[in-house]
Design a protein around this ligand. Structure first.
Ligand SMILES: Cc1cc2nc3c(=O)[nH]c(=O)nc-3n(C[C@H](O)[C@H](O)[C@H](O)COP(=O)(O)OP(=O)(O)OC[C@H]3O[C@@H](n4cnc5c(N)ncnc54)[C@H](O)[C@@H]3O)c2cc1C
Length: 409
């Protein structure tokens, strides 16, 4: 019997596993894909503060976001240019692999190509049922066994037992639902691509019902192999693929893109956390718990912070020999203490923002451009923490009136 099984080798799973490995626990991480960090469903934008705090190698950085331009439905532009960089653009695949390398150094055993199919609570343990990807008879690199990577069994399916499990499998909720943890109450749909681009040096965010109903579209430029590339994406309540195709066609007609035939990936982002992020012997972390910023859907930093709360709770459970639901609930208290207020206020703001008409979005832009609001917003803007800016906007007489109007419609 092992101490902890972690389901999923993204940022949440790797970080939780790493922290527990460092404390000397016997941790096994199961990842359904053969390679950590693939495929990528992310723009790889991480707040500058968080990137520095993580102490990750600078080579992961593809660029910095120093200026962000917001574009309204009628193409008014608000340009934020704070004194220090807002965020870094990372190679998300390499970022995940760097976290996984740290996790292996902490003594965690990886099982790649191993998909968790079910999880059952038993007397004194959790039993995890897994299936191996077809053709996968090893884990780690294609050329052989890597250090810290192991076989669970040669058969296509099997079981592994542990004293507890951490669910970090991203936005999929089958296991959580079976354990009575439910699923997030709100999601965004996304479509994103990466392409060579001309004439875009700065990140841009587009709003309005014709580009991204209920959310926004983005262009995040960065340099790769001495060429200019961008991640171009749409998050929306409905039909993001259609809106992304429209945006790509517009960019092409304006001479920014050469080719339209580029692969697009569609995915989802939870924008509300699970009501219950724990069960007896089980914790859910990261997207698996719906722990993202409801304003933008960014989730890397919240996943890492929640992983810390999960590792602390798991360590305390082992110390006391208590894996009850009541003990696991302390995890929910911990992450809510750090993120709960941000998420609640962010979710309220999302509800208001989703109801804005195109005309109201344009009016908000005009106010920001006209009376010095931009400077006030810029001084309060932090990439991962939006509470101050939201409070300012809702308390500002003209901005607040427009935001709150939607509540009474
Ligand atoms: C288009 C898009 C753009 C985004 N851009 C940003 C951004 O710029 N900045 C930001 O902070 N956030 C961004 N996000 C959100 C961010 O990607 C997630 O919040 C983050 O990846 C969450 O990390 P995680 O470890 O919880 O989940 P994931 O990164 O999804 O990792 C989960 C892992 O679990 C594995 N897995 C799933 N099920 C199983 C199973 N049953 N058995 C074994 N393994 C399993 C998956 O293969 C995956 O490797 C974006 C999301 C999307 C969709």
């Amino acid at each position: 019997m092992h101490d902890v099984v972690v389901v999923g080798g993204g940022p949440a799973g790797c970080h939780a596993a790493s922290l527990l490995g460092q404390r000397g626990f016997d941790v096994h991480l199961l990842e359904e894909h053969e390679t950590i960090g693939e495929p990528v469903d992310c723009s790889g934008v991480i707040g500058f503060e968080a990137f520095e705090a993580l102490g990750l190698p600078a080579r992961l950085k593809l660029g910095e976001i120093r200026t962000l331009t917001l574009v309204s439905p009628s193409e008014l532009e608000v340009r934020f240019s704070p004194p220090s960089p807002l965020a870094c653009v990372v190679n998300r695949g390499a970022f995940d692999r760097a976290l996984a390398a740290q996790t292996r150094s902490a003594g965690v055993t990886f099982h790649l190509g191993t998909k968790v199919a079910d999880l059952r609570l038993q007397d004194g343990c959790v039993e995890i049922l897994f299936k191996r990807a077809s053709g996968s008879d090893r884990c780690g690199s294609k050329t052989g066994q890597s250090p810290g990577v192991a076989h669970l069994s040669k058969s296509p399916q099997g079981k592994i037992k542990a004293r507890m499990a951490i669910l970090a499998g991203g936005p999929r909720y089958g296991l959580q639902r079976r354990l009575g943890m439910g699923r997030p109450a709100d999601f965004l749909k996304t479509a994103q691509t990466e392409a060579k681009i001309q004439g875009f040096d700065e990140a841009r965010v587009f709003m309005g019902s014709r580009v991204a109903p209920g959310s926004f579209a983005w262009i995040v430029p960065f340099q790769k192999s001495n060429s200019s590339f961008a991640r171009i994406g749409v998050s929306a309540k409905v039909a993001p693929l259609r809106f992304l195709r429209d945006l790509l066609a517009r960019l092409r007609s304006r001479g920014h893109l050469d080719c339209l035939d580029i692969p697009i990936r569609s995915w989802v982002i939870p924008v509300r956390p699970l009501r219950r992020t724990y069960a007896e012997r089980v914790l859910a972390v990261g997207d698996a718990a719906g722990q993202t910023k409801p304003t933008t859907g960014g989730g890397i930093v919240y996943a890492l912070l929640s992983a810390e709360a999960a590792a602390e709770t798991a360590a305390a459970a082992f110390e006391r020999g208590d894996f009850s639901a009541a003990m696991m609930r302390t995890y929910q208290h911990k992450w809510r203490k750090r993120l709960g207020r941000e998420i609640r206020i962010g979710a309220f703001f999302r509800r208001l923002a989703e109801r804005l008409t195109d005309q109201e979005i344009d009016d908000l832009f005009r106010i920001v451009l006209s009376d010095g609001v931009l400077r006030a917003v810029t001084t309060r803007a932090r990439f991962d923490w939006h509470r101050d800016v939201i409070s300012f906007a809702l308390r500002h007489p003209a901005l607040g009136r427009i935001f709150l109007r939607g509540l009474f419609r």
